[in-house]
Design a protein around this ligand. Structure first.
Ligand code: SF4
Length: 48
């Protein structure tokens, strides 16, 4: 998988600003129509 830069240091897959998961899934974060990156969320996130 391409290297994914991530700033969510609370995630179990996070390591030095890089995601170490084999793959990730991203979804819309709510019921609103997605129009900016703020409206998306990483569904693969697992809390440390
Ligand atoms: S799984 Fe998602 S939140 Fe966690 S490090 Fe990877 S990209 Fe970031």
């Amino acid at each position: 998988m391409a290297q994914i830069s991530c700033r969510v240091e609370e995630c179990r897959y996070w390591e030095n600003d890089v995601c170490t998961a084999n793959s990730i899934q991203v979804r819309s974060s709510g019921t609103r129509k997605v129009s900016t990156s703020d409206d998306t969320a990483c569904e693969t996130f697992i809390s440390k």
